[in-house]
Design a binder for this molecule. Structure first.
Ligand code: SAM
Ligand code: DTB
Ligand code: SF4
Length: 318
């Protein structure tokens, strides 16, 4: 079977690097020009997250508060009930969200009745006329087909960083494992949502390497979340340095230019961003945010605050 990275040299590291390193103003001009060609203007999609299963995860992702290996203050709970999730989804829709993303702190999606429960959640959320996204860890091909049948729009599975730096951040699974699940999702005709995290201590070439991998996925992802590390007390990365704001914008702009049809999502980390930086991210080609006062376990800007920014910038929810 062809693999999703079959044509991996379509765009070389050097080509990605040449774009990433353009003079800043030229880069943003170029990314905005591509944006105008491929994406609706002045529109940003609102997505809301639900942590449907929290904490106690066996993986060792160094950024993550939900790993059982670190002493964090995160809440641990098993799968949420249908009613709870549907209430959250309805609330999200009422606030203007058009996409609802359910995350679970699992290494892999379970194979028992818990998976049946997730399928049920997907079906019910889809009935609310919301796009439905899940992120449940690794999947089998069969599970991907079942999620598709249940009405799943998209599956989020991030590569997080470059293939080279990955082992510094996670040792309990490999980059290849991630690519395999992405392949299964793609085979099942579910949209691929795949991106990464900035600020893990990676070098600029790692950021470029992540983008190169994303660009060369075939088909390219429909959705690219760009997260900025949320430093959580108790995780190995709690004292990681700030990532330079211009690196965030360069990453977004490069994704916009090289993955023109994707939604580029300004995901985790907005709480620490000024309005001006967020505006610059939209200018560079970001066209989605998470709305709601929580991401999975950490805080996100208040809904009213986001409404204010949209009003000032005359941005409409998509
Ligand atoms: N357990 C599943 C998995 O890892 O694939 C799904 C849930 S996991 C929390 C979803 C994504 O959240 C991760 O792939 C990572 O990119 C992002 N994430 C987790 N903790 C983060 C943090 N502290 N800051 C920024 N992004 C984070
Ligand atoms: C993604 O790329 N970012 C979201 C979503 N996909 C699942 C998760 C961000 C999590 C931030 C840390 C937390 O709140 O636990
Ligand atoms: Fe588990 Fe996902 Fe957190 Fe890694 S990112 S520890 S797999 S919940």
């Amino acid at each position: 079977m062809e693999t999703i990275i079959e044509k991996s040299e379509k765009c070389s590291l050097e080509e990605v690097s040449n774009i990433y390193n353009l003079p800043f103003l030229e880069l943003v001009f170029k990314s905005q020009s591509v944006h105008r060609q491929y994406q609706p203007l002045n529109k940003v999609q609102l997505c809301t997250l639900s942590n449907i299963k929290s904490g106690n995860c066996p993986e060792d992702c160094k950024y993550c508060p939900q790993s059982s290996r670190y002493e964090t203050e995160v809440e641990n709970y098993k799968l949420l009930s249908k009613n709870t999730v549907l209430e959250q989804a309805e609330e999200a829709r009422k606030n203007g969200a058009t996409r609802f993303c359910m995350g679970a702190a699992w290494r892999s999606a379970p194979t028992n009745s818990e998976f049946e429960h997730v399928l049920e959640l997907v079906k019910e959320v889809a009935k609310l006329n919301l796009e439905v996204c899940c992120t449940l860890g690794m999947l089998t091909q069969e599970q991907a087909f079942e999620l598709k049948k249940a009405g799943l729009t998209a599956y989020n599975h991030n590569l997080d960083t470059s293939p080279e730096f990955y082992k510094e951040i996670i040792t309990t699974r490999t980059y290849e494992d991630r690519l395999q699940t992405i392949q299964y999702v793609s085979n099942a005709n579910i949209q691929v949502c795949c991106g990464g995290i900035l600020g893990l201590g990676e070098s600029q070439i790692d950021r470029i390497g992540l983008i190169k991998t994303l660009v060369n996925l075939d088909p390219q992802p429909e959705s690219v979340p760009i997260n900025v590390l949320v430093r959580v007390k108790g995780t190995p990365l709690e004292r990681q340095e700030d990532v330079d704001s211009f690196e965030i914008i360069r990453s977004i702009a490069t994704c916009r230019i090289l993955i023109p049809k994707a939604k580029v999502r300004l995901s985790a980390g907005r709480l620490e961003m000024s309005e001006e930086l967020q505006a610059l991210a939209f200018l560079a080609g970001a066209n989605s945010i998470f709305m709601g006062e929580r991401l999975l376990t950490t805080d996100n800007p208040k809904i009213n605050k986001d409404k204010e920014i949209f009003k000032k910038l005359k941005i409409e929810p998509l």
